[in-house]
Design a protein around this ligand. Sequence first.
Ligand SMILES: [Zn+2]
Ligand SMILES: [Zn+2]
Length: 161
Amino acid sequence: MTVFLCSKCGAAITPYLVQLPAVPVPTEDQHDRDVETRRAPSTVPRGCYAVDPEPWGPPFVVQADQENPQRAQPRGVLVCTEEGFITSAGGRDTVVVHPEDALGLQPLPGWKNSNGCCGPRGDEGLNRTCPCGAPVATLAADCFGPFELHLDPIRTYAFSQ
Ligand SMILES: [Zn+2]
Ligand SMILES: [Zn+2]
């Protein structure tokens, strides 16, 4: 069992969670989305976490293979700019948890990095803070892409028992 804490103030951000061997592959059936929030089911179930080995968040770079483009972020969508399809070159090993297992987190002032349609896309960088004010996580909760909370592996730390 592992609890995740804020690196700045030491407060617990999550309850004790059980590690999954890998990030689950979520359903992409649009009918599985919540009727009101338009969110997908959470990638990670309550009470669990998984370490995502793939890059997450900015910066984004043009993909080498434009013929077989990959999603811009894991479980997300294809993103094409004027230069071509882009992909994340952000940090690896973020900790993916169910957003409702970290309900004490708050949006950044002015909802910075929380742009999206029905919720934050989660592709602009950290957008959730610890109650102490330190940005610690990125929430993705839009009507396309996944519903998941990524804890920053430097701004949070794990304590296991
Ligand atoms: Zn804190
Ligand atoms: Zn929407």
